[in-house]
Design a binder for this molecule. Structure first.
Ligand SMILES: Nc1nc2c(c(=O)[nH]1)N[C@@H](CNc1ccc(C(=O)N[C@@H](CCC(=O)N[C@@H](CCC(=O)N[C@@H](CCC(=O)O)C(=O)O)C(=O)O)C(=O)O)cc1)CN2
Ligand code: MET
Ligand SMILES: [Zn+2]
Length: 757
């Protein structure tokens, strides 16, 4: 019988209870025991909700106290030595790896595929002893059964992807390590099977990236071994985020089932099945409820697709699924009382997606040609939404009259800018935001509710700006920022101000650890309405003689960190955003702000997972940035900033942005970034983050001097900037001031060391 399955459920909770529990624990407000209790409560309530929704397969083991990749590393004892010696407590070790502590620098954090979710990069060290420290998936499985009578579907990050996402080994060691991991997975799977798990999901999203034939051979080898070692267990191989291009080889593996994404595969998975067939001894997981976006599913389209598949796979072997874990969408539409009905009717968050699964499953199980009333109501809303005036066909955005090229080349404007800005050697600056303290956030919440008037709210913002201009003077930075106190989030803020966007009340999604974001919804055509950043920046500039950088989020990042309409191309939407930013940047220049940072931290994140799609994306992404910035005066200095990603494969595109100065994060992955510049000459201004802002640790002066010296081995000193690796909004005021003081001290030392040479 056709069944329904969810691949993973959001952890944060309807009211972000999860976040609050974690943060209270870190602050020392609650004990480990209380934390565990709260976590259990949250975990079980999520399972209960899924049970109540009536879907068949409920994931277990997807819940985490921080990140599921880190969980997997812990499960196998992949713990760097620096954390082993000092701590015995598992939970403390776990959080130290994630966040850094006295014991040592946090592990690197990077993007989970092309999403805004970040995982902690496992670090293999020579001292690693293969082991199953604790079968935490089994623990989750047993708990669901014992507490709620749920026969859950264990979800495990598969060995191939786990190792691909890890570091600390040479490419040639990959197969040896995989060989060591395999028996550990066998043990986990066996224990789960013995406990009664009827289907065990192994997530292998790496299968959708561009892999070599050798990779595929290793993958096949691995799964043959695994299935041979535990033949009795039903291993379900799950992929997501794109198509599986080695389909014919993967589909013939002796696993029980294969899960494919039918939402983000550009139609390829269906094409492969049609061309190459699907074995009649396997289950096909059909991911057609979108785990990455929030539009209500067009169930008639899903029905058509399933009908097509029924001709190829018998219906009792079909599993209707979400396209990926629901980790990437908000929990529930329940509280969205402020959205227009027209828009809200077009949306589905995690809980509503479970309902969609159920509607589809019920329809197929009924065997009827008739559609239930609920199904019809759902479909009517989808159709109405598609016909809304804001979804109407739009004219393709042309580039007529739009500059994509600065008036002067970098070589020519460089001298003019040096003269205009007259900055010291190794200029120091920050990336934009200063601490968003509780009083500021609370004031904003009150202001939103109408409990605080505009005047009071604005004067609080101005006070913060004054305070931090003063701090920047005292610390002795060279280029200032206003601090972004008026912003809740660097993307949501612009979503609130631009036309074509809607913002939600409670549409939170986990970004990293306890940090969440509320992506705005781009439902219509994007247009500039009125200046968005001029007031605060211009005010800050009146308070100091030092230059204050204007601070904007770039078009590609606004796109990638929003939920985007799917009726026109992303390229088209990004162009619309870029054109709106042209007006903002003009307004800043007119207000005398001529050093302007246009952040693109998500440029790399949006890079398609398959090599063959990447060039096209990069070309329109770069073009959009250039549309936004090319029109400024030659003396105006455009900065940009990127973080959390690998840059080596996009360095040409970074150069093509033609920004005068770029700051890139490196502090958790320093060595690697430096390598890039050994082989790529970079002539424009560049700041490499000299310390990690995500960790509460205060960076040491000498550590930062070393970072600077190391960078200067490969980068020209005269174009080097000193800055933290990202914005400081998540730090406390004390941490920030202490860190910046040390950074300025380190710069002074570096200056004298270098001029002495
Ligand atoms: N969109 C986006 N993606 C990104 C980043 C980013 O900055 N933005 N940075 C990278 C890393 N991600 C980050 C993501 C989130 C946060 C972060 O600090 N998030 C905050 C929420 C920010 C926010 O919008 N806060 C609201 C406050 C809403 C709120 O919680 N108010 C409280 C009251 C105040 C309080 O108790 O704190 C309430 O209503 O109960 C605001 O300032 O207006 C959090 O999780 O805590 C930091 C970095 C990559 N991806
Ligand atoms: C995630 S990149 C952050 C850039 C932004 N200007 C800030 O400082 O917060
Ligand atoms: Zn950043």
């Amino acid at each position: 019988m056709l069944q329904t399955s969810n691949l993973g459920y959001p952890r944060i909770g309807q009211e972000r209870e999860w976040k609050r529990a974690l943060e209270s624990y870190w602050q020392g407000d609650i004990t480990e025991e209380t934390l565990n209790e709260k976590m259990k409560q949250i975990r079980l309530s999520h399972l209960q909700k899924q049970l109540d929704s009536g879907i068949d397969f409920i994931p277990v083991g997807d819940f985490s106290y921080y990140d599921h990749v880190l969980d997997t590393a812990m499960m196998f004892g992949v713990i760097p030595d620096r954390f082993k010696s000092k701590q015995n407590d598992t939970l403390e070790t776990f959080f130290s790896m994630a966040r850094g502590s006295e014991a040592g620098q946090a592990s690197e954090m990077t993007k989970w595929f092309d999403t805004n979710y970040h995982y902690i990069v496992p670090e293999f060290e020579a001292s690693w002893t293969p082991q199953v420290k604790e079968n935490t998936i089994l623990k989750a499985y047993k708990e669901a059964k014992k507490e709620l009578g749920i026969d859950g579907k264990p979800v495990i990050l598969g060995p191939f992807t786990f190792l691909k996402l890890s570091k600390g080994y040479e490419p040639k060691e990959f197969s040896t390590l995989l060989g060591k991991l395999t028996p550990l997975y066998e043990q986990i799977i066996k224990e789960l099977h013995d406990e009664g798990a009827s289907l065990i999901q192994l997530d292998e999203p790496s299968l959708v990236t561009s892999l070599s034939q050798e990779d595929i051979n290793q993958f096949k080898e691995l799964y043959k071994k695994l299935t041979k070692a535990v033949p009795e267990a039903n291993i379900f191989l799950q992929t997501y985020f794109d198509s599986v291009d080695y389909y014919s080889e993967i589909v013939s593996l002796p696993v029980k089932g294969l899960g494919l994404d039918f939402k983000h595969d550009k139609g390829k998975n269906l094409q492969y099945i049609k061309e190459l067939g699907f074995p009649n001894d396997k289950i096909l997981g059909v991911g057609l409820i979108d785990g990455r976006n929030i539009w209500k599913a067009d169930l008639m389209k899903s029905v058509q697709l399933l009908e097509e598949l029924k001709g190829l796979v018998s219906s009792e072997r079909l599993l209707i699924q979400t396209s990926s874990s629901l980790l990437h969408v908000p929990v529930s539409l329940n509280q969205e009382v402020k959205l227009t009905k027209e828009l809200k009717d077009g949306l589905a968050f995690a809980d509503e997606k479970l309902v969609e699964l159920k509607l589809l499953g019920d329809h197929f199980r009924s065997g009827s040609k008739e559609y239930s009333q609920d199904f019809q109501n759902h479909q009517k809303q989808v159709e109405q939404f598609n016909q809304s005036p804001f979804r109407k066909d739009i004219e393709a955005q042309t580039l007529a009259g739009i500059k994509t090229e600065r008036e002067l080349s970098f070589e020519k404007r460089k001298g003019l800018q040096e003269k205009k800005w007259n900055l010291p050697f190794l200029p120091t600056t920050t990336i934009g935001s200063f601490p968003q303290t509780k009083d500021m956030r609370q004031a904003r919440t009150k202001w939103r509710k109408g409990e605080l008037d505009d005047l009071k709210y604005e004067s609080l913002i101005n006070e913060k700006i004054e305070k931090w201009i003063d701090i920047q003077e005292k610390v002795g930075l060279d280029v200032f920022v206003h601090g972004e106190f008026e912003r809740n989030d660097m993307v949501e803020y612009f979503g609130e101000k631009l036309e074509g966007f809607a913002v939600t009340k409670n549409g939170w999604v986990q970004s990293y650890g306890s940090r969440c974001v509320k992506p705005p919804v781009i439902y219509g055509n994007v247009n500039f309405d009125q200046p968005m950043t001029v007031k605060e920046t211009a005010y800050a500039q009146t308070l100091t003689k030092k230059p204050v950088k204007g601070m904007l989020t770039g078009p590609v990042t606004i796109l990638n960190w929003s939920f985007v309409r799917d009726d026109i191309s992303n390229k088209e939407v990004t162009r619309q955003i870029a054109k709106a930013l042209v007006e903002e940047i003009e307004a800043l220049e007119n207000a005398g702000i001529e050093m302007i940072q246009v952040d693109e931290p998500a440029l790399r994140e949006g890079l398609p997972l398959k090599a063959e799609d990447q060039q096209e994306y990069l070309s329109w992404a770069v073009e959009s940035f250039r549309i936004a910035t090319a029109h400024v005066l030659p003396t105006s200095q455009i900065h940009t900033h990127m973080c959390y990603c690998e840059f080596h494969d996009i360095i040409d595109s970074i150069n093509a942005l033609d920004a005068d100065v770029i700051s890139i994060e490196t502090s958790r992955s320093h060595g690697e970034l430096i390598q890039i510049f050994k082989t790529n000459v970079y002539e424009k201004g560049i700041g490499l983050g000299v310390y990690d802002i995500h960790s509460p640790r205060i960076p040491e002066i000498n550590d930062m001097v070393q970072v600077i010296e190391k960078a200067l081995e490969v980068l020209p000193a005269k174009s080097f900037w000193v800055n933290p690796d990202c914005g400081l909004k998540t730090r406390t005021e004390d941490q920030t001031i202490a860190a910046l003081e040390n950074m300025v001290e380190a710069t002074k030392k570096a200056r004298s060391l270098i001029s002495a040479k």
